[in-house]
Write a protein of this length. Sequence first.
Length: 124
Amino acid sequence: MAKKILIADDESHILHVISLKLRNAGYEVICARDGQEAFELATSQLPDLLITDYHMPCLSGLELCHRLKHEPTTSHIPAVMLTARGYHLEPQDMQQSGILLMISKPFSPRELLTTVNEMLQKAA
């Protein structure tokens, strides 16, 4: 069965590029355009991985990850945070929010796919 990945980003071109790359690699992809929609989808769909932008309407990526980490049904979902270049989170913030990795925009979709593959293999 295909692993399920939730992508949350308010920029439609980013959603399109990432979802296309992941679908072509055999993943099931769910997309959200803001943090609140992503939270609702995560709690109902229980993805294997979350890829989220930091800056989004309704809930930031950090708020989203923090909420998911503190929900019993979603606390296990690992997250990758996409950020503007040069933005940085403290290691304790990442750990408390379930964020395993931060990737600066612009990023290589191929490198993101490699990262996703590695993260999901480790989790298996």
